[in-house]
Design a binder for this molecule. Structure first.
Ligand SMILES: Nc1nc2c(ncn2[C@@H]2O[C@H](COP(=O)(O)OP(=O)(O)OP(=O)(O)O)[C@@H](O)[C@H]2O)c(=O)[nH]1
Ligand SMILES: [Mg+2]
Length: 645
C-alpha cells in the first residue's frame, strides 16, 4: 500500500515518516541545510504479513507543490499531517483539495507536535480538522495525536497503517503498461534507472517499452518493486526500472515522461476533459485562461478552453479542452490538476475524457454529445453510447488506445458490443447495426443515381462512390458493405468499377478499335505500363485521342486511372496491391515504407509514389508519418487472385 504524506510546510511530515519507517527521506544536502523538504522522499517497510508500507514524503512548501502533485498521483492512502500548534494552514487546505481532485478517498490524519501544546489545543485542532474534511473524500478519517520527537502516539498510528495495509486489496491490473516517471538517475554498474508509479498494466524483465512523448525505445533490464528485486511490476506498484537501449539516456528522460507499452503510445496536445473548479475559488474560471496542468508526474503550461459556456463558477464542473504547450501523453480517465498561470494556486481538477481532442469543432453540439458518451462509467458503456453517434463508423483501435485497453480487453469488448466490424488488426472499424443497414441501402441507391446521371459509364469506383456520402463512412466499413452487396448479387464489380446488375455500357466501335491496339502495349509493360505520351507515338495516334479512349475504358472498368497519364490494367494493379499486402504482412507492426515497396516491386521511385498515393485514395492503405499500413485485403478492392476482369 502506497501512502503519501500531505500537509503544510514544517508540520512534521518528514519527521513522522522517519518515526514510522526509520528512514530519513530528506536526502538532498539543501534539504538537510534548510530543514525543509524540496523533492519527494521514499521509504519502504516490509510487513510481517507480506504487505508493504510504501511512504511517499512530499514537500509542504508552496513553492514545491509541483513536486507534491507528482508524488500523490496513483497513491492508495493519504497521511494528512497537521501540527497541533499551527492547526490547519493554507497548504493543509491546498494539499487536501489536490487529494480530493485526484480521487484519493482513503487516509488518516496525524496531529503532530502534540508534545508542544495543551490537551485543550489538541481538541481544538481536532475540531478544526473535522470541519476541514467535511464534504471531501477524506471525511470521517481517523485522527491520531502524536509526537514524532518523543514517539508518543506513533505506535498507534503505525498499528492503524499496518491494519489498513493488511486489509488493502489493490485493484486488479488492467490496460497496457504505463509508468509515470518521477526520478531518473544513473547507478554505477547498473546504468540508467527510472522510478515511478505504475498507473496501469504490468511489465516484465526484457519487455520493450516506449518513452512517451519522445517515442524512443528502451528495454527493461532489471526491476525493483518497493526496493526489492523483482521479475515484474504491476499496477499500483512503485517501481524502479533499469533501462537499456537507444532511448536509455539520462539527458533524454525527465520527470513527467512516461514509460509505456508500445501499443499504449498516444501523443497529444489537446485533451478533452471534465473539470471541477474548487468551491473556495473567489472567481469563476474564464474561457481560454492560461494555466498549468499536472497529469501523472508531469506539469506543463496550457490553455483551458471551456466548451459549454464562457466560464465555470466556483464549485461547478464543465467540459473543457486543455491545450498544452508541448506534446504529452494521456488516456481516458486520467486525473489532472489545474493550477494558475503563476503556479501559486490550485484552481480545478478532473479527468480526461478523450485524449485526442479535435482542433476544429471542439464545442459543436455533436462533439459535446460524443464527449458525454465517452464519459460513461465503463469502456463498454462508452462504446455503446458512441456507436449511434457515428453513422460513418467508429475507429475502434483509436477508441481502444484512448481507453488504454490491452489486446484481450479490446477483443472482448468488441466481441460483446452490438456492432458490425470491418478491417484488420491494425485498422479495425465498427458500426451500429442500424447505420450498417442504412449504408447498404445508401450504396445501392447511390449506384442507381450514378447510372441515371452517367448512363454511358459502366459505374463508379468505390472511392468515387464513398465521397458522395456526407457521413464519410470509414473505408473498411464501406468496402465490407460493398462486399456484402456483391455477395448477395445486388451489386457487381468489374475491375475496380461497381455497377448494378442490370446496367451495361460498352465502348463504341471506333473506340474499341483503338483500345484493342493499346491493350498489348499495356500488357507488355507489366507492372510498369507505358504512359499516354509513350503509347500515342507507338501507335501513331494523337495523345489526346489515346487519353480519351483510356478514360472511357476506365469508366467501363477495363482499366484503372492511377495518375494523370498513368493507367493500369486491373490485373497489374491487383498484383501491385498484393505486393503491398506481402510487405505489410512481413513487418511485425504491419507498417512498410515507400522505399521498401520500390525495392520489392522494382517499379522505380516515381511510379511507387504515384501508386502508393493512389492506394491511399482508394482506401487500400493509410499513411501514418513515413510509413503505411493496409486497411483491408487487396482482394476486397482489386478482386481475388486469378480473377479475370
Ligand atoms: N516538538 C515537536 N517538533 C516536531 C515534531 N515533528 C516534527 N517536529 C519539528 O518540526 C520541524 C519540521 O519537521 P519536518 O518533519 O521537517 O516538517 P515537514 O512537514 O516535513 O516540512 P516540509 O517537508 O518542509 O514541508 C523540525 O524542526 C522537527 O524537528 C513533533 O512531533 N514535536
Ligand atoms: Mg518534509
Amino acid at each position: 500500500m502506497i501512502i503519501a504524506t500531505a500537509g503544510h510546510v514544517d508540520h512534521g511530515k518528514t519527521k513522522l515518516v522517519e518515526a514510522l519507517s526509520g528512514v530519513d527521506t530528506d536526502r538532498l544536502p539543501e534539504e538537510k541545510a534548510r530543514g525543509l523538504t524540496i523533492d519527494l522522499g521514499f521509504a519502504y517497510v516490509a510487513l510481517a504479513g507480506g504487505g508493504v508500507l510504501g511512504f511517499v514524503d512530499v514537500p509542504g512548501h508552496e513553492k514545491f507543490i509541483r513536486n507534491m502533485v507528482a508524488g500523490v498521483t496513483a497513491i492508495d492512502y493519504a497521511l494528512l499531517v497537521v501540527a497541533a500548534d499551527d492547526g490547519p494552514m493554507p497548504q493543509t487546505r491546498e494539499h487536501l483539495a489536490i487529494l480530493d481532485l485526484l480521487g484519493v478517498t482513503r487516509g488518516v490524519v496525524a496531529i503532530t507536535k502534540a508534545d508542544a501544546v495543551s490537551a485543550e489545543r489538541i481538541a481544538e485542532v481536532r475540531g478544526a480538522v473535522v470541519e476541514l474534511l467535511a464534504g471531501g473524500g477524506l471525511e470521517g478519517a481517523e485522527m491520531f495525536a502524536l509526537s514524532a520527537l518523543s514517539g508518543r502516539g506513533v505506535a498507534a498510528l503505525r498499528g492503524h497503517l499496518d491494519d489498513a495495509a493488511e486489509n488493502f486489496t489493490a485493484a486488479p491490473p488492467s490496460g497496457r503498461f504505463r509508468l509515470a516517471i518521477d526520478r531518473v538517475f544513473s547507478l554505477t554498474g547498473a546504468g540508467l534507472v527510472v522510478t515511478g508509479s505504475v498507473h496501469s498494466g504490468g511489465v516484465a524483465l526484457g519487455d520493450r517499452l516506449l518513452l512517451a512523448p519522445a517515442g524512443t525505445e528502451v528495454r527493461v533490464r532489471a526491476i525493483h518493486v518497493h526496493d526489492r528485486k523483482a521479475e515484474n511490476a504491476r499496477q499500483g506498484d512503485r517501481a524502479a526500472l533499469n533501462l537499456a537501449g537507444p532511448g536509455a539516456r539520462k539527458s533524454a528522460i525527465k520527470r513527467g515522461d512516461w514509460l509505456v507499452h508500445p501499443d499504449a503510445f498516444a501523443v497529444t496536445r489537446r485533451i478533452d476533459a471534465r473539470i471541477r473548479v474548487l468551491p473556495g475559488e473567489a472567481k469563476a474560471l474564464k474561457h481560454e485562461i492560461p494555466a498549468h496542468m499536472h497529469l501523472g508526474a508531469l506539469v506543463t503550461p496550457c490553455r483551458v478552453a471551456i466548451l459549454e459556456s464562457r466560464e465555470i463558477a466556483p464549485g461547478a464542473s464543465a467540459l473543457v479542452q486543455i491545450i498544452t504547450d508541448r506534446d504529452i501523453t494521456a488516456h481516458r480517465g486520467d486525473r489532472l490538476i489545474l493550477r494558475d498561470q503563476s503556479a501559486r494556486r490550485t484552481l480545478a481538477g478532473g479527468r480526461v475524457i478523450d485524449p485526442f481532442g479535435p482542433e476544429r469543432g471542439r464545442a459543436r453540439l455533436a462533439r459535446l454529445a460524443v464527449l458525454r458518451a465517452m464519459s460513461a462509467a465503463t469502456p463498454a458503456d462508452a462504446l455503446a453510447a458512441l456507436l449511434p453517434l457515428f453513422p460513418g463508423g467508429l475507429d475502434l483501435l483509436r477508441f481502444q488506445l484512448a481507453c488504454n485497453l490491452d489486446a484481450a480487453e479490446g477483443a472482448a469488448l468488441f466481441a460483446e458490443a452490438e456492432m458490425v466490424t470491418a478491417g484488420n488488426a491494425s485498422a479495425l472499424a465498427g458500426m451500429a447495426p442500424a447505420h450498417w443497414r442504412k449504408l447498404g441501402h445508401g450504396i445501392h441507391a447511390a449506384l442507381a443515381r450514378w447510372h441515371e446521371r452517367s448512363p454511358e459509364a459502366l459505374g463508379a469506383n468505390e472511392f468515387e462512390l464513398r465521397r458522395i456520402f456526407p457521413e464519410r463512412p470509414l473505408a473498411q466499413l464501406f468496402n465490407a458493405a460493398i462486399g456484402e452487396l456483391i455477395e448477395t448479387g445486388k451489386v457487381c464489380r468489374a475491375g475496380t468499377i461497381l455497377h448494378l446488375p442490370g446496367h451495361k455500357a460498352e465502348l463504341a466501335a471506333a473506340e474499341m478499335k483503338i483500345w484493342r491496339r493499346i491493350v498489348p502495349l499495356l500488357e507488355a509493360g507489366g507492372l510498369r505500363p507505358p504512359v499516354v505520351w509513350e503509347i500515342a507515338p507507338a501507335l501513331d495516334l494523337a495523345a489526346d485521342e489515346v487519353e480519351r479512349v483510356l478514360r472511357r475504358a476506365a469508366t467501363l472498368g477495363l482499366i484503372v486511372q492511377v495518375a494523370k497519364n498513368r493507367f493500369f490494367l486491373p490485373e497489374a494493379l491487383r498484383r501491385l496491391a498484393e505486393i503491398v499486402e506481402q510487405l505489410a504482412g512481413d513487418s511485425e507492426d504491419g507498417l512498410f515504407l515507400a522505399g521498401h515497396y520500390r525495392d520489392r516491386s522494382g517499379i522505380g521511385r516515381n511510379l511507387t509514389i504515384e501508386l502508393l498515393e493512389y492506394f491511399d485514395r482508394a482506401g487500400f492503405t493509410r499513411r501514418t508519418g513515413p510509413a503505411r499500413r493496409t486497411l483491408r485485403p487487396a482482394a476486397a478492392l482489386f478482386g481475388p487472385s486469378g480473377e479475370n476482369s
